[in-house]
Design a protein. Structure first.
Length: 241
């Protein structure tokens, strides 16, 4: 990676590198980058969540569990994880569902031990710059759509919260939907970005999340290149029986 040579101690560039490593399933290398980012950004909630997930991806399940527990019980001083709470809970439950026999969870609060969830499709978006502005559109098989804007005008309080507490991730769930068929995900960039250190978006699509037949796909795109609305991905949806 050329970016590895120029990233240095730039968290935004390092996140791009980590995203690319995850896309290539080089999880041990990605973990090392996330550890470096956490050192550079010790007060950002996202640093801890990304590190916990990277531990899990690299097979360090106990380290992952301990970090998720600390985040969800607010045991890390002066950091607010409220904006990531839903995501953290999904990922902790997934860890317990998949690797319960490989971790010591005895001191985990009872309310965090539930693993009865199931999601037909879980889509997680993450971006490497807090000031990124873009629009996501989810179109169901009947052509009806739902739009989510990450923009200062449409979602001002959300963006202020992200900057204050240091997080930049959102998850979307398709579960028990009536519409079987193809769902379409569109994206459009809403703001000019630096060409020297571009803004990237990583998205992860899980099908049958947390089940034995789970499928996972990670993709990374440069946001600057999406000036017009483009189709990011298509998901063939069949509700679980």
């Amino acid at each position: 990676f050329n970016i590895e040579k120029i990233a240095g101690n730039n968290p935004k560039a390092l996140k791009t590198l980590a995203y690319k490593l995850e896309e290539l399933e080089q999880f041990e290398k990605a973990k090392q980058i996330y550890q470096q980012i956490a050192t550079l950004l010790p007060n950002a909630a996202q640093s801890y969540r990304n590190l916990a997930l990277s531990y899990k991806n690299a097979g360090d399940y106990q380290e992952s569990l301990d970090l998720y527990k600390n985040m969800l019980t607010n045991s890390i001083k002066n950091i607010n994880f409220k904006g990531l709470e839903k995501i953290l809970l999904s990922e902790l439950q997934h860890l317990l569902r998949k690797h319960r026999s490989e971790v010591n969870y005895k001191d985990l609060p009872a309310n965090l031990l539930t693993t009865t969830f199931k999601y037909d499709v879980r889509i997680v978006f993450e971006w490497n710059a807090a000031n990124a502005e873009f629009e996501l559109q989810f179109v169901n098989p009947k052509g009806k759509f739902y739009t989510w804007e990450h923009a200062a005008i449409a979602n001002k309080d959300r963006l202020l919260d992200e900057v204050k507490n240091g997080f930049h991730t959102e998850e979307f769930i398709i579960d028990e939907a009536d519409d079987t068929g193809e769902w379409i995900i569109n994206i459009k960039n809403l703001k000019e970005q630096s060409l020297l250190n571009p803004t990237y978006v990583k998205y992860t699509i899980y099908k049958n999340y947390g089940t034995a037949n789970e499928e996972k796909k990670v993709k990374v795109i440069q946001l600057q290149q999406q000036q017009q609305k483009v189709t990011l991905d298509k998901i063939k949806y069949q509700p679980a029986q």
